[in-house]
Design a protein around this ligand. Sequence first.
Ligand code: SAH
Length: 411
Amino acid sequence: MTDRSAPAPAPALGPASTSQPLPEPVVGPPVPGPPVPGQLTFQAPRRGKPPRHLADLAPAERTEAVQALGHKGFRAKQLSTHYFERLVESPAEMTDLPKTIRDDLVRDLLPPLLTPVVQRLADDGRTIKSVWRLHDGAIVESVLMRYPHRVTICVSSQAGCGMNCPFCATGQAGLTRNMSAGEIVEQVVSAARLLRRGELAGEGSSDEAASPLRVSNVVFMGMGEALANYKAAIGAIRRLTDPAPDGLGMSARGIVMSTVGLVPGIDKLATEGIPVTLALSLHAPDDELRNELVPINTRWSVDEALDAAYRYYEVTGRRVSIEYALIKDINDQAWRAELLGRKLTSRGRGWVHVNPIPLNPTPGSKWTASRPGVEQQFVERLRAAGIPTTIRDTRGQDIDGACGQLAASTA
Ligand code: SAH
């Protein structure tokens, strides 16, 4: 739901009724558009559902869907093998499906979900930002990054975002809609196909020469707050981690769920039995500043978010990551580093590490990144408190592909 009440339409003036009091203005439906500061949007505006896709369905549901179309149940496994294991792009390659039923099955269960709009390359081709159009015209982005020993894709989980963090370009445009599990997974499958075609530059380790390059890491750090789109996000995580041919067979360890701190979502994720890494976007250790930087803090405070993060660690055994965008003269003071250190160590040792990241510039924002010396001091203070701290590598700034810069501009 959106918290903003819409401007009331001007009441119509009735004929010759000027002596009568004007009727109460009717408050219309929320007007789509950029959110006002602090406004949180949880429910996406209603739009046409994306077409159903194999990747929306658990394996048993796929069999049912195939049977409901009047085909033999085992066809579901064949389709899954083509999609998740062989990464088949063209139905013509699905030669084990009789031609008469192939088109039918592909139309119903493998509809196109993402249409490429534009691709931008950075870091000598080792970073590729893809802009995609969804079936209803909504635009989302994903960013593929090659490192010496891994390939990471940063995926979107919503078109836009309702969390309205003022330093993030995505948050400034508001929420367009939730993405389906299939739309989330398809970003990863498209990346896997691109890797197979050898289109991502960069040298890997020697063992990579022998085996084909694979997507090793998926981070939910593109557009959207995935925990606000929980069902699709967990569906996507299952598709990514289910062994082939039911899914892509990725390790849960390579998946990072990043959140503003939706406490019920964090607790639910802990019960799923898939130990993905949790990243909490903290950005301030005190409620006063965090209320401004991460407006969800007005619902779940710093302490409540940290308690939930600690519970996640206890249940899953996975070390939690704290994200902290360093903003010059806003959240980079020594006392804030010390307060953050105290808040983390008071909950325990060895359960958390901090990932500061220099703020990436976004259009219209008055904020800039902390100076390198200040950044280094912030890191040193946390380390002195016994907190493992590493500056996050950020890629793709020059193609508006870095953290917080995904604004779905197709320019
Ligand atoms: N909704 C999720 C994913 C968002 S993007 C979340 O908030 O965690 C992933 C990370 O990039 C978040 O930590 C987010 O706060 C951070 N980020 C957003 N804008 C940024 C910017 N301009 N510079 C640096 N990091 C930014």
